[in-house]
Design a protein around this ligand. Structure first.
Ligand code: ACM
Ligand code: ZN
Length: 734
């Protein structure tokens, strides 16, 4: 990938079958990879000789069955693979780490040495990355160069949180997700199972939780109901996991060295439970399952002993289902307004000599911590559990940045870092071209910059258990969309929590990811392809910066579709064609397999114009940004438009055009939040007389004009007021 391949070469490379699989693209990067030698191990297809798998460790049959199943699924054929699973004689070489392994390939065999099931499992995962993601149907052998890898993780908590409440995912998909986690050596699935919008875990003692609180009237969150298929026969939206399904998921995860940590939220984010057991709220309800996100003022009553009994019952079932050490109890975003005016809560504050409602929150967490301790479980909660004093032995998950985690580590509490600056994968991956999201911006590079010990004094590093990414699903209504948000950022997370910090390198990571993208493809993961291209105009030349490192970019200047026959740019700049004609630059990434990414567009040589608006500007998002050739830059207001508000482009010279359009809203193609709801697109031959040529629909207006139409000015005019602010991306004319 260092060199830019010409299209013809790219096409050829589609057919070239590498004779030897080079060890490229290992993600997360192992601690040490010895350079491969010339010696080769040859794996033969449908070899008559019996499998020569020797082993001297417990669980070897299970591990080998997993390995052979994975390769059979991948290649559709069996290749002989002499593999030995052995105990590790000298654990020091993996730093004594139980998850560490040594993988050796020589002419005769593959040997994986480890101290535990986990270590052997990870050796197998690395081997699965060394083996080619696919082989030509005619190939009769796979050749692996001799090599030695010594590897062990940096952190013991390598986590990923999945919110199955805001939207439910099928148990089958959760297994697919677990496979993806395992391939990246993630070992903790934090499973968010209860919240304001639903209750997803079967509790035998409280059947209403899943009979009714697992379902809501509508998909909610302003989403299109067709974006998910999880409806019951009566059209209710949601679902739950039965205890049998949970046991199966926990077992499946354990066989992939993944611990499932359930999250049962309290004392806030509890409206679904309250909707069926209203007596557990301060006001007694009625409560309705929420159809929107955010934070509800209605929370569990902290002064009612029956609520503690309810939690005791729930955690006794939960503790039995999940064999791991930790149970997550939420603890975040619990408004205190109901407690302030609740006689029971106030009585509890007096009885327990608490100063205020924050100490009442701390009291709740301490009580729950004792409940968990009776089941030999440890409590972990979001960083709000620091409020009013931390319960003894509790671990903190730091999400509002790293400060809460640093404070907890200083108090010698264990910490998992999951700051929303780097680890919130519900945030957008690019400024443009992305599906509607919660907001925020965490591109792959930002995700890669995550370092769990950043800002933590060295003497407290031992309390940083590790790091975790979170997938909150408010705006992620289905499994395909979830995969898109998870991959490839999961690889950035994997490396942040596995690879020694000093060995991490963004440039090198991007090069290895080229192989990882192929693995996502072959595993059927709908990952976000790195197909964005930043386009820079400097000194009348264009420089392309594709998201896929060093990829070629096919481009055209005449608005035609770039293909493999179009000119290809690499790192060098491309001069803008001479003349003053309006140009439509279109560019797309050429992927290593010869496929093309989506088209990125930019208009050049725009006619000179003055841009004015009757609406106030929000920060740097000035009106001129709606006529700069780039949809990424926008005009944004600080109020909703009134009837008659205008945004006007007045050309210095009369223009002739056959198409005019205006794009508003947070989605690049129009629509989404802050779009124009009611308005018209107008043109004027003289700047005084106006003709409406199109009405806005979904934030977008476009008109085809008779050839030779003369335009001195064009504008967007609001025809009805709206509360939502307005975001205008671009006016375009051709
Ligand atoms: C959170 O994002 N409320 C933990
Ligand atoms: Zn109360």
């Amino acid at each position: 990938m260092k060199k830019i391949l010409a299209p013809a070469l790219l096409a050829l490379s589609l057919f070239a079958v590498p004779a030897v699989q080079l060890p490229g693209g290992l993600v997360p990067l192992p601690v040490s990879v010895e350079k491969p030698t010339d010696a080769l191990l040859v794996l033969k297809k449908n070899d008559e000789t019996p499998a020569t798998a020797h082993y001297s460790v417990k669980n070897a049959p299970e591990l080998l069955a997993y390995f052979y199943q994975a390769t059979k699924e991948r290649y559709g054929e069996e290749f002989s693979c002499p593999i030995i699973l052995a105990p590790l004689e000298n654990p020091k070489i993996v730093n004594g780490n139980a998850e560490g392994y040594v993988l050796e390939i020589d002419r005769e065999k593959i040997k994986i040495s480890a101290q535990s099931y986990a270590g052997h499992f990870y050796g197998i995962q690395t081997l699965l990355q060394i083996l080619p993601p696919q082989v030509d149907g005619n190939a009769t052998e796979i050749k692996l160069p001799a090599q030695k890898i010594v590897d062990y993780p940096r952190f013991s908590w390598r986590g990923f949180m999945l919110d199955s409440v805001r939207h439910y995912q099928s148990p089958e998909w959760i297994k697919k997700f677990i496979d993806l986690l395992a391939s990246q050596k993630i070992n903790t699935l934090h499973w968010h199972l209860t919240d304001d919008q639903g209750w997803r875990i079967e509790i035998k003692k409280y059947p209403e939780l899943t009979r009714r609180a697992a379902w809501r009237k509508h998909i909610g969150f302003g989403l299109n109901p067709n974006q998910s298929s999880h409806y019951d026969n009566a059209g209710n939206y949601g679902g739950f996991y039965s205890q049998d399904e949970i046991r199966e998921i926990v077992r499946y995860a354990a066989s992939r060295n993944i611990t499932v940590v359930p999250e049962i939220e309290l004392p806030g984010h509890a409206v679904a439970a309250l909707s069926v057991y209203p007596e557990f709220g301060c006001t007694g309800g009625p409560y309705e399952i929420r159809l929107i996100g955010g934070v509800s003022e209605d929370v569990y009553c902290a002064g009612n002993e029956k609520v503690y009994k309810f939690w005791e019952d729930i955690f006794s079932e939960v503790a039995e289902l999940f064999p791991g050490t930790f149970i997550h109890v939420g603890g975040d975003e619990c408004p205190k307004i109901r407690w302030k005016s609740c006689p029971k809560c106030q009585a509890k504050i007096r009885e327990e000599n608490l100063k205020n409602e924050h100490e009442l929150q701390s009291y709740v967490i301490r009580r729950v911590q004792k409940i968990l301790a009776r089941h030999d479980k440890r409590l972990i909660g979001w960083d709000e559990i620091l409020e009013g004093g931390l319960a003894p032995g509790a671990a903190v998950m730091s999400w509002r940045g790293a400060d809460g985690g640093i404070a907890a580590a200083r108090m010698r509490h264990d910490v998992v870092m999951s700051p929303n600056s780097h680890c919130y994968y519900d945030y957008s991956q690019s400024h443009s071209g992305e599906p509607r999201s919660f907001g925020g911006f965490i591109p792959l590079e930002r995700a890669y910059e995550f370092n769990p010990t950043q800002g933590v004094p060295a003497e407290f590093h031992e309390h940083i258990l590790g790091g975790q990414a979170n997938l909150w699903t408010e705006y992620i209504p289905n499994e395909n969309h979830a995969e898109y948000m998870i991959a490839p950022r999961i690889s950035a997370l994997a490396e942040a929590v596995w690879t020694p910090q000093k060995q991490r390198d963004w440039e090198d990571f991007q090069e290895r990811m080229v192989e990882q993208y192929k693995r996502f493809e072959h595993a059927g993961i709908r990952y976000r392809r790195p197909e964005g291209i930043q386009i820079f105009l400097e000194n009348n030349a264009i420089r392309f910066l594709p998201d896929l490192k060093n990829a070629g970019v096919a481009y055209t200047f005449d608005g035609s579709e770039p293909t493999l026959q179009s000119p290809v740019a690499g790192n060098e700049s491309v001069p803008v064609p001479p003349g003053n004609n309006l140009l439509c630059l279109r560019a797309r990434t050429i992927f290593p397999d010869g496929s093309l990414g989506r088209i990125n567009e930019r208009l050049l040589n725009l006619p000179k114009a003055t841009i004015t608006s009757t609406l106030p500007t929000n920060g740097r998002n000035v009106p001129a940004r709606v006529f700069d050739g780039a949809r990424e830059t926008v005009f944004w207001t600080t109020r909703g438009p009134e009837r008659g508000d205008c945004l006007t482009i007045s050309f210095d010279e009369i223009q002739s055009a056959t198409t005019v359009r205006c794009i508003t809203g947070k989605n690049e193609t129009g629509g989404g939040g802050d779009r124009l709801h009611h308005g018209v697109l107008e043109i004027s031959p003289d700047g005084e007389l106006w003709h409406a040529v199109a009405r806005f629909k979904d934030g977008f207006a476009e008109a085809t004009l008779p050839a030779g139409t003369q335009i001195k000015a064009m504008r967007m005019r609001t025809t009805l007021p709206q509360d939502e602010w307005l975001l205008v991306r671009e006016f375009e004319l051709r």
